[in-house]
Design a binder for this molecule. Structure first.
Ligand code: AMP
Length: 543
């Protein structure tokens, strides 16, 4: 497929808002793609480049992209930035710049979908001190061969934000329709493989191939997530529940085959090197090939240390040996997804748990199964006394559903008024903070997009503002006056006193007295508060 054809399809999708129409357009394209094009198309159309399980990152920030475009368009980087500010969209800005250039030059090469993919993979593969230069060289090359419309989507793919409103749900349906297979099978295969590109290939090969999927070792699976609830509610709905402590640490997934092992974070990043104490304890606790799910906590004198300590360990790249003396991490294992060649996510929790206890000598989180609220309540009090966050209540007959925040896992913890929100913009600070961002624009999730909800300007120490500046300065997409917009990625946990109805933000709500609590770099933007959740909280609070 020519990249121009891909760009035209994106343009067509960008103009549509109806879900069915979008599914129709995509499903008509898929059957005509060659086997090597199909997974690439499927990922690109969602604004992704690599499989979701893959730790590969493109590593192009807006700044490098602007530099590349400036060179090709014969402009200065500042000129590119002003076009981005005027259009409010990197894609449209690149399109405009390339159109102005087009009148004066010829194209040297036609771009096709696979070439683009290969070049982007090459960018991700660069490393070492020459890597910026090499990335820039490839970016220039791609843009110099791109027509204006191609430039629009190429730029957006490079920033992994295609802005055509095509999400996983639409693509799953389109795959099912294109190859006449049951969409539940597509969803299930996606949960196991964590790559819709690969799933599309299996769907093309036939339904049986989707049925036969197995989780792959070293391809991390999305984590199953929990909903908030109460002990009484969970027992009324399910009868007996399996209760475990809710540890205040960070999620991990551990894969092991023989002597080879890897540890992944909640965002599926490879964190093996940062946590040798966790991997040692896990390796020693079992001889089996397996994939386990658990929570890593920092312990001191038998009590959990604050979450901040856990984050220091998860983030640390150097000096790990010294830090591991200061902050000792231990794993609490609570689930088993794969054992000695067999995928277990479709077994009941009680089955998985029985196997887990069989194959792991220790490190398994204690569990109590009961339908008696007083028994579970006692466990809840014990959890809080021991310094944990609360308890998790799980439905014993339930499957492991990767990436799903359903009713089969219920978290019970003391009500705290904090929200996890995406940081989508900022204002420059004032006075001695003029060179840093001072206040931040926060958004929640609504269907396929992020909607602004509030600003937060208090609760930051100088060090925190400096840290945030360092992390975000290359994520600026556009600037107007004192306001900048970021490529979404960073998540803040913020406290507030009340949710108010407000015409000032697109969400229709605003936070009263918002204050910064911490960066949640263990969470991705997909996991932040939803607009439905905000509405819910608003209703509960009004009562
Ligand atoms: P939350 O981050 O508030 O949505 O709560 C869900 C998180 O609690 C999970 O993603 C885990 O990181 C963590 N957690 C702690 N203990 C457990 C447990 N026993 N079972 C499942 N998740 C747990």
């Amino acid at each position: 497929m020519n990249f121009l054809d891909f760009a035209r399809i994106c343009e067509q999708l960008e103009g549509k808002s109806g879900r069915l129409e979008m599914i129709g357009i995509i499903s008509r394209v898929l059957p005509d793609l060659a086997d090597d094009e199909l997974p690439v198309f499927v990922r690109f159309v969602m604004g992704r480049i690599f499989p979701d399980w893959s730790p590969e990152k493109l590593g192009i920030g807006p700044s490098l992209l602007y530099e590349g475009v400036a060179y090709v368009a014969g402009k200065r980087k500042d000129d590119v930035v002003s076009v981005v500010n005027r259009t409010g969209d990197v894609g449209k800005a690149v399109e405009e710049l390339l159109a102005a250039k087009e009148q004066t030059s010829f194209f040297s090469e036609e771009l096709n979908l696979l070439d683009v993919w290969r070049e982007l993979s090459a960018i991700a593969g660069t490393s070492g001190n020459k890597s910026q230069k090499e990335k820039l060289r490839i970016v220039r090359k791609l843009f110099s061969n791109a027509r204006p419309l191609e430039g629009r989507y190429l730029a957006r793919i490079m920033l992994e934000d295609l802005r055509i409103g095509v999400g996983e749900g639409n693509v799953r349906e389109a795959v099912a329709r294109a190859f006449s297979v049951d969409s539940r099978l597509v969803e299930h295969a996606f949960q196991a493989l964590n790559d819709l590109g690969q799933v599309a290939l299996l769907a093309k090969a036939g339904e049986q191939h989707l049925r036969d999927v197995n989780i792959q070792l070293f391809h991390p699976v999305r984590m199953m997530l929990a909903q908030q609830g109460t002990i009484e509610g969970a027992i009324a709905d399910n009868g007996a529940v399996a209760a475990e402590f809710k540890y205040d640490g960070s999620r991990f997934q551990f894969h092991r085959k023989g002597k080879v092992f890897r540890l992944y974070s909640r965002k599926l990043e490879d964190i093996t090197e940062a946590l040798p104490d966790i991997t040692e304890l896990l390796i020693n606790a079992t001889d089996h090939d397996l994939i386990i799910d658990g929570e890593a906590v920092a312990m001191k004198d038998g009590r959990p240390m604050p979450f901040q300590s856990v984050l220091r360990r998860f983030r640390r790249k150097y000096g790990i040996d010294t830090l591991r003396e200061e902050i000792r991490m231990v794993p609490n294992v609570f689930d088993l997804l794969y054992l000695d060649g067999e995928t277990l996510i479709d077994r009941s929790l009680s089955d998985r748990r029985a196997k887990l206890e069989e194959v792991m000598k220790d490190r398994v989180a204690p569990q109590v199964v009961s339908d008696d609220p007083s028994v579970i309540n006692r466990m809840y009090q014990d959890a809080l006394l021991a310094g944990h966050e609360g308890i998790m209540l799980k439905v014993p007959g339930s499957h492991y559903t990767p990436g799903v925040r359903g009713k089969n896992w219920i978290k019970v913890k003391p009500e705290v008024d904090t929200l996890d929100l995406a940081v989508i913009g900022a204002d420059w600070g004032e006075g001695k903070r003029a060179h840093l961002f001072g206040s931040f624009l926060l958004a929640c999730q609504d269907n396929e997009g992020l909607v602004p909800l509030s600003k937060v300007a208090t609760g930051f120490s100088d060090e925190q503002l400096q840290e945030i500046y360092a992390l975000q300065k290359d994520k600026v997409i556009s600037q107007e006056g004192k306001e900048v917009r970021f490529e979404p990625g960073m998540v803040f946990e913020v406290g507030y006193s009340e949710i108010q109805v407000s015409p000032n933000y697109e969400s229709g709500f605003a936070l009263r007295f918002p204050r910064f609590i911490r960066i949640r770099d263990d969470k991705s933007v997909d996991e932040i508060e939803t607009l439905d959740g905000i509405r819910d909280r608003y209703t509960r609070q009004s009562k």
